[in-house]
Design a protein around this ligand. Structure first.
Ligand code: SAM
Length: 452
């Protein structure tokens, strides 16, 4: 929309821009086109647009053939958009984007996020939509210039801070260009900038204790002018040895350390030990016949190397609202690293029953002991990696303590979202989980049908 069209439209729909909603409408059409081009949108994309306003970017996203979910808080603008674009590939949600359940995005195959964000809540939006476990493959934001500079900052600069590190820990941020305030109606008080963000492969950075890293960063930047030696005194006994070891200035302040050096500090204090693969390979599993009768036992590598039938358990842990905890397998797993899986799972080892294994895995992987019910038994087949699998369920009201070496990440998900996720992105999951989920859902639905 041209400047004159925006003026006329606002008058027609009786809207005067609301400052607290960050309503500054883009009227430079060439720039709008350039912005959307940076997101490399194709007709395979599902684009979440935050704050579509009068549709300056929405129109171009639809022109590229994408499916668009536009979230607009202002009802007057959402109603206008409904009238302006009666488009089958556009869905408009009239809600606060901060309240949107981003887990829904897992049910789409190629997800991108585009937004000329309302400035007053941009950091909240960034932290929400740049959360660690996300199916989003590209973020393209128009932001206040100062915020864009903070996200993309380099060490030892004024803009480099804890937000920079929190975002760069999981993403690559590129400052694409500065945008003058004059391209918006009304004109904001400051300039803006366009940034493009891509997810990092978690394996790009050395393994580390994520919670400890965030805590140290928070402490380190709590007083920017103070030396880390003082600020981290409680956490690091011998700062000089650490500084020598990491080759950093012993008088360094938080802003002087790169992301890799911060990870170095964490790993100096509390190294995350990679599980001993040799030991795991020597574990012994009972191997069984086609009726699940034990024949003898064999080492893990023999079992997997020769596709011998063996035994395993999968456990689904539910929270009080009926959501299922899924874990993302650790990067160190020999099979299906970084794939999503049941809440806990593992092989039955020699001397154990299925029930023993289920309780052991629950404790080892999630740090809990709760009563478990057997749901169903799956027969050994290629699809289960030649495992007979007993599937269990349990409930938990409190917190889990996922093992840092076994589990990369995890979260609770509604069953319907898991259904959609498995259908849209099966490659995200360990194959054994998909089998268990199918059987669980069939059984669940048929027992519900029997009750009705
Ligand atoms: N995309 C349009 C453009 O480029 O012209 C409008 C951008 S304007 C900077 C920000 C938009 O975000 C406004 O339409 C405003 O109503 C909307 N908005 C503000 N807060 C919001 C929130 N919490 N959730 C969703 N939309 C919001």
């Amino acid at each position: 929309m041209k400047l004159s069209d925006i003026r006329a439209t606002l008058q027609e729909i009786h809207v005067s821009p609301v400052k607290t909603l960050g309503q500054n409408f883009l009227h430079d059409q060439n720039l709008a086109r350039w912005i959307v081009d940076q997101a490399q949108i194709t007709s395979d994309d599902y684009v979440l647009e935050i704050g579509p306003g009068l549709g300056a970017l929405t129109e171009l996203l639809l022109e590229k053939g994408a499916r668009v979910l536009a979230i607009e808080k202002d009802t007057r603008l959402a109603n206008f958009l409904h009238e302006r674009f009666a488009h089958e590939r556009l869905e408009i949600l009239n809600i606060d984007a901060l309240k949107f359940d981003a887990r829904n995005l897992f049910t789409h195959r190629r997800v991108k996020l585009v937004g000329n964000l309302p400035y007053n809540i941009s950091s909240q939006l960034l932290l929400k939509f740049l959360a660690p476990q996300s199916p989003i493959s590209l973020w393209l934001f128009v932001l206040q210039k100062e915020m864009a500079a903070r996200l993309s900052a380099k060490p030892s600069t004024h803009d480099y801070g804890s937000l920079t590190l929190r975002i760069q820990l999981r993403h690559h941020v590129k400052y694409l260009r500065t945008v003058s305030a004059t391209v918006f109606l009304p004109r904001p008080e400051v300039d803006s900038a366009v940034v493009r963000i891509l997810p990092r492969d978690p394996r790009e950075l050395p393994p580390h204790d994520k919670e400890l890293l965030l805590e140290l960063i928070r402490l380190g930047f709590s007083q920017r002018r103070k030396q880390l030696r003082k600020l981290l005194r409680e956490r690091v006994d011998d700062w000089d040895t650490l500084a020598r070891h990491l080759n950093i200035d012993p008088k360094a302040r938080a802003e002087e350390l790169s992301l890799l050096q911060w990870i170095g500090v964490v790993n100096f204090i509390a190294p995350l030990l990679c599980p001993d693969i040799g030991l795991t390979n020597n574990e012994r599993f009972p191997i069984v016949d086609k009726n699940d009768r034990i024949l003898r036992d064999a080492s893990r590598s023999q079992v997997h190397g020769n596709n011998l039938r063996h035994r395993a358990v999968h456990i689904l842990i539910f929270n009080p609202v009926g959501e299922v905890y899924l874990q993302q397998r650790s990067r160190w797993k020999d099979r299906h690293p970084l794939k999503w899986d049941s809440s806990a799972a593992g092989h039955v080892i020699a001397t154990e029953s299925y029930d023993d294994t289920a309780q052991r895995e629950l404790k080892e992987e999630l740090g809990i002991s709760v009563a478990l019910k057997k749901i169903v038994k799956l027969s050994a087949s290629e699809r289960t990696d030649h495992e007979f699998v007993w599937l269990y369920r349990g409930e938990v009201a409190g917190n889990l303590s996922p093992s840092r070496t076994e589990i990369e990440a995890g979260a609770f998900f509604p069953e319907k979202i898991i259904d959609g996720w498995v259908a849209a992105r099966p490659e995200d999951f360990a194959p054994g989980f998909i089998e268990c989920w199918k059987v669980y859902r069939q059984k669940n639905c048929s027992s519900r049908d029997a009750l009705t």
